[in-house]
Design a protein around this ligand. Structure first.
Ligand code: GLN
Length: 277
């Protein structure tokens, strides 16, 4: 007689966590089981012997198999939290990173008018624009992306969260209506094409167009820094995210283009990840 596989939350999570190869295997397993059962993650610890149904266990196993094969948890759940906002994600956009919340925090600390005009270049899911909109209902925020699916997704997130952001289909500035902004923010692609990091973890499943930018990773940042002054009001700000080895070259781009008050800023892990001018 074969013994029935255990259907307790604890057993399912343990077996999954043993197989998932990530920085947080147990968390990944808990998030997937929570997604399927509708049970809160903390309940798995409070009541580990609780059983799920056979069909829930089967659905869980299917998702775990995909996670074991490397699919990011956010793609399996269909959403990712950013700035405490539940954002829908899809395989056509970058998964918003907690590091980028640091960029949001920096933007919120700038001296800007009550009705600031703000532009988020390469918005993806809409993460940065929507986070800013959630804090400043008075700001007039435009977000753009060159990928149709990203534009649709950012619009959908804006609608679902009831946060007004005007989302435009545009590769950087090319399709934008002429305007002047108080603040331009961007988390553009900045990984060099040959970076071995691209062969590891979640980035393998994310769109290269959201990650890679030429041989030195700076092609898009060069364009953004060069063109931004034509889209900023006098005294307006440009704030960009970049890789932690790029702070020097990016600051040089800002200075060469005539930006004043160029400041390098660190992310929550104390790495040089943002430049403001
Ligand atoms: N920080 C991300 C990573 O290294 C990349 C984000 C980006 O290219 N904008 O995975």
């Amino acid at each position: 007689m074969t013994s029935k596989p255990s259907l307790t939350c604890e057993a399912l999570i343990n077996q999954a966590a043993d197989r998932i190869n990530s920085d947080s295997p147990r968390l990944d397993a808990e998030l997937l089981l929570s997604h399927i059962t509708g049970l809160g993650r903390t309940s798995f610890r409070a009541w580990p012997e609780r059983e799920v149904t056979e069909s829930q266990a089967e659905t869980f196993e299917a998702l775990v198999a995909e996670r074991v094969a490397g699919t990011p948890v956010a793609y399996l759940l269909g959403h990712q939290e950013f700035w405490s906002l539940p954002l829908k994600v899809s395989a056509s956009t970058l998964i918003p990173r907690p590091d980028t919340e640091c960029l949001v925090e920096t933007a919120l600390g700038l001296p800007l008018p009550e009705q600031a005009r703000v532009l988020d270049l390469g918005t993806g899911t809409g993460a940065i624009a929507l986070a800013l909109a959630s804090e400043h209902p008075g700001w007039r925020i435009t977000a753009c992306d060159e990928v149709d699916e990203a534009v649709e997704l950012a619009r959908e997130n804006s609608r679902l969260l009831a946060l007004p952001v005007s989302v435009v289909n545009s590769s950087w500035f090319s399709q934008l209506e002429p305007a002047r902004f108080d603040l331009i923010v961007s988390n553009p692609p900045y990984i060099p094409g040959s970076d071995p990091h691209l062969g590891e973890g979640d980035v393998r499943f994310e769109p290269a167009s959201a990650l890679v930018s030429g041989t030195d990773g700076l092609d898009d940042l060069r364009l953004i820094v060069t063109q931004s002054p034509d889209w900023l009001v006098e005294g307006g700000w440009l704030l960009v995210e970049h890789g932690f080895h790029q702070a020097g070259p990016v600051a040089a781009l800002f200075r060469d283009r005539g930006f004043a008050e160029v400041r390098g800023l660190q992310d929550y892990g104390r790495r040089d990840r943002m430049t403001l001018g």
